[in-house]
Design a protein around this ligand. Structure first.
Ligand SMILES: [Zn+2]
Length: 289
């Protein structure tokens, strides 16, 4: 090969690398901001007041396209230098990325006797491991489902005792008691479960809730992709949103409880094979394997 050929090959490599980098950055920047931010949590007389969106703009919202610094809504009480922001961090440093090219599906607000078994069956059918952010009172009511989640090899995440979206504004003692009570309910059901993550309901992170969950050995877990399935927009919309927004490293927020989740279950039937075509899927690591 001549020197000029080698130079040409080198240039091609550089151009391809630059294009790949731009495509990745573009992909992250294309993740839209929360379309319903600030519209509040859906209230239903039939269902719990669950849903992982902030109730108002007083809390930091989901990070949108990549997180490169403190949320504009962040409370001034958060130390500016608490962390060095990087792509894997969300509000108050909560994780939004798996830290690799793999993606992670997360299911919040359960366990629920109607929907959780359907989600578990689909995950098993496709050989996918995921992460379940369980609500303490639901874990206490359905210990068999907590055991099923753990037995299937999924990762457990603490999602507070009763989905208190304002938990972060309570005293450190109240926050701590809530998280411990939830962990106790999970461990009462599945004594060997490693609870490596906490997700603040509504994504309404505050510095006290982040620091308390870290003191208890849990990583604060946010998300990068939110199809707002809790608003039941229909399976097609949920599917389209997830496929459009998911990129390498995405943590995807969905729900296996808190209302009629038939749309989420139906969406998974399309999403699981489609995502498997494009990505490796993982349960978030618990540090035990
Ligand atoms: Zn939730």
């Amino acid at each position: 090969m001549s020197a000029s050929t080698l130079r040409a090959a080198g240039m091609v490599t550089l151009v391809v690398a630059a294009l790949l980098g731009s495509a990745y950055a573009l992909g992250r920047s294309l993740v839209p901001d929360h379309p319903h931010r600030g519209t509040g949590v859906a209230a239903s007389v039939h269902n719990p007041h669950y849903g992982d969106q902030p109730p108002s703009t007083e809390f930091p919202g989901p990070p949108g396209g990549g997180y490169g610094g403190p949320s504009p809504d962040a409370s001034p009480s958060a130390p500016d230098n608490a962390r060095q922001p990087d792509d894997s961090e969300g509000p108050y440093g909560a994780r939004t990325s798996t830290g690799s090219t793999r993606i992670a599906l997360t299911f919040d607000d359960g366990p629920d006797p109607q929907w959780t078994p359907q989600v578990l069956a689909l995950l098993k059918e496709y050989g996918v491991k995921a992460t379940f952010c369980v609500v303490g009172e639901n874990a206490e009511s359905h210990p068999d489902l907590v055991r099923s989640i753990v037995a299937d090899g999924h990762t457990i995440c603490n999602h507070s005792w009763n989905h208190d979206i304002t938990l972060g504004k309570r005293s450190p003692g109240v926050i701590r008691d809530d998280l411990i009570r939830t962990n106790d309910a999970i461990r009462a059901a599945a004594p060997d479960a490693r609870i490596a993550y906490f997700r603040q309901p509504g994504g309404a992170w505050t510095y006290p809730v982040v620091s308390t969950c870290e003191e208890l050995g849990m990583t604060p877990l946010h998300w990068a992709v939110d199809p707002t399935d809790w608003q039941a927009p229909g399976a097609a919309t949920i599917t389209d949103r997830v496929l459009a927004q998911t990129g390498p490293g995405s943590i995807v927020l969905m729900h296996d409880a808190g209302g009629d989740r038939s749309g989420t279950v139906e969406a998974l039937q399309h999403l699981l094979p489609a995502l498997l075509d494009r990505f490796q899927l993982e349960a978030l690591p618990t540090g035990t394997t």
